[in-house]
Design a protein around this ligand. Structure first.
Ligand SMILES: Cc1cc2nc3c(=O)[nH]c(=O)nc-3n(C[C@H](O)[C@H](O)[C@H](O)COP(=O)(O)OP(=O)(O)OC[C@H]3O[C@@H](n4cnc5c(N)ncnc54)[C@H](O)[C@@H]3O)c2cc1C
Length: 509
């Protein structure tokens, strides 16, 4: 494991999806050969394939994810534009939730595209790296280990066509990036490892997506709109609807809802459900467009978050990344960003390992990415547990989640009712990992949010019942890194929340 020209050894990545591609890019700096094994045949142009059925559905790529992709594949956005991605700079964003609506022009030079285009561009870039090789149409069927089973030494692969021959491939490092179909827990169990139960969120989420062509006489719609985001409303049980446009004059619309009431896939029923959204804006637009095909469904019975980092025994030479570790409610657009952050962290961990080799490298990597995974997971649970019939079923309780559910709802209400785009942006920025959670739970902000409504005052009263200052109560209730406020973060916070708003906030506690 050496950087650049001194790199030696072979690394294998299981799965050539989003996390696998970024991981291969990072590993190419440290290993002389990186082999990405993918069970699917890759399409010749941006398109669907069986291994990522979610690709038909809208994929929001957050600012943080885009920044990382750009560091790993500089200039990739130029290729996205060449592939038809469109800029939404100065185009309109409209948000509606149970507390009101907000709108703004997108000030950023942000691109809109399908998941298939993103993956295709990144994969082509990875293909161009001389020491990265893709091996499509091969499935990893098990891990190879040393005699003591203390180290992973490679994988066994099976052809996915022809004779379906199996063979063994050796490697110094194997990274599991097999996504939500990962069989890692079963493989480890077969090898005699004791794998903890994952935490689960029983979500029963339904997604139904329909694509439309925007006829040329309606091209002004593409010029006008970035995204229309109508949030599902837990108290009313309404579907959420998100409308946006992607490459090649196509628009996509997803209806979704957790809690077991699925949005329709029948075309007529789907359009009726669109007309029944709490705002007619989307229906008014899509009725002018040409549907390209019937809506398509995706169901997610439950989310899982593995606890691999807690295993006392873990084979050296094996890492896990991406959806194979944890999956999220796609409405929050976190999955690709968490995978991108983890891939970048892998680079830092490999650099550290190079200068100061440690035998517990794999578990140290897992523990560092778990902090990011847990943040995304916590926000997911706090938002989704507001829905009826959504239940947390993990063996480990989530610290502060009851407070989180109530506070996030009050925060959303506070930001929306004031038409405060900075705070609204903070809410989404934190849940999509662009801004650290400590800004959302800053004691001054929390005091203002809680003092603004009767429900908030009740919550404040409950917190103050033990005679604590609000800051101390938050510190006690929430995960530790959600509330850390050192001098440096106080300065950053002042830049996010302007002084005049802070001065209107009552004293905490
Ligand atoms: C409906 C839906 C909508 C979503 N929307 C968003 C969004 O808006 N924003 C966002 O950030 N995220 C979104 N996500 C999540 C996002 O798709 C994932 O987080 C992301 O794809 C994770 O990448 P991955 O590489 O871990 O998994 P994947 O991209 O799923 O790739 C896994 C790959 O591994 C291959 N594979 C699996 N097992 C093997 C094996 N044994 N041998 C060889 N190959 C194997 C598969 O064929 C596949 O190519 C959404 C997910 C869903 C379900």
């Amino acid at each position: 494991m050496k950087q650049a020209e001194q790199a030696t050894g072979k690394a294998i990545v299981i799965g050539g999806g989003f996390a696998g591609i970024l991981t291969a890019r990072v590993l190419s700096d440290y290993y002389s050969e990186v082999l990405v094994i993918e069970k699917d045949e890759y399409p010749e142009k941006p398109g669907e394939r069986a291994g990522i059925p979610q690709a038909f559905h809208p994929h929001r790529f957050t600012d943080r994810g885009k920044q990382i992709a750009n560091r790993l594949f500089p200039g990739y956005e130029d290729e996205m534009i060449a592939g038809g991605a469109r800029s939404v700079r100065n185009k309109k964003l409209y948000f509606l939730n149970q507390y009101g609506s907000l709108e703004m022009q997108n000030p950023d030079d942000d691109l809109k595209f399908s998941r298939a285009l993103l993956e295709w561009v990144l994969r082509r870039r990875a293909h161009d790296i001389p020491n990265v090789r893709f091996m499509p149409k091969h499935e990893v069927v098990s891990l190879l280990t040393n005699a003591e089973r203390s180290a992973v030494t490679g994988v066994r692969v099976s052809e996915r066509s022809g004779m379906r021959r199996e063979r063994e491939l050796a490697a110094e490092l194997v990274v599991e990036a097999g996504g939500r179909g990962s069989r890692l827990s079963a493989w480890l169990t077969e090898l005699g490892y004791s794998v903890p139960e994952p935490n689960r969120l029983q979500l029963s989420l339904g997604y139904s997506t329909r694509r439309y062509r925007i006829p040329s006489h309606l091209a002004h719609l593409t010029e006008m709109w970035d995204t229309i985001h109508i949030s599902g409303q837990p108290a009313q049980g309404t579907f959420g609807g998100v409308f946006s446009t992607i490459e090649h004059n196509m628009a996509e619309l997803v209806l979704s809802r957790p809690g077991g009431q699925y949005p329709p896939v029948n075309a007529n029923e789907f359009e009726k459900a669109v007309a029944g959204l709490p705002d007619k804006l989307i229906a008014d637009i899509v009725q002018q467009l040409e549907p390209l095909a019937p809506p398509r469904a995706y169901r997610i019975p439950e989310l899982y978050c593995h606890c691999y980092e807690q295993m006392d025994r873990w084979p050296s030479g094996l890492l896990v990344i991406g959806d194979a570790y944890c999956i999220y409610d796609p409405v929050f657009g976190q999955g690709m960003t968490v995978a991108a952050i983890a891939a970048e962290m892998l680079g830092s961990c490999l650099r550290e390992q190079q200068s100061e080799p440690r035998p517990d490298f794999a578990q140290r990597f897992h523990r560092s990415i778990k902090r990011v995974i847990e943040t995304a997971w916590w926000f997911n649970c706090a938002a989704d547990l507001q829905w009826e019939r959504v239940e947390y079923a993990g063996p480990r309780p989530l610290k502060g989640i009851e407070f989180g559910c109530r506070y996030l709802d009050l925060f959303l209400r506070y930001a929306t009712e004031r038409g405060d785009l900075t705070l609204y942006g903070l809410y989404w920025g934190v849940s999509s990992l662009g801004i650290p959670p400590r800004f959302l739970f800053h004691p001054e902000t929390a005091a203002a949010v809680l003092a603004a409504t009767e429900e908030g005052k009740r919550l404040l009263g409950e917190l103050a019942a033990e005679g604590e200052e609000l800051a101390d109560a938050l510190f006690r209730i929430l995960p530790e890194h959600f509330i850390m406020m050192d001098d440096e973060s106080a300065k950053e916070w002042a830049a996010i929340v302007p002084d005049e708003r802070k001065s209107t906030a009552p004293n905490p506690g």
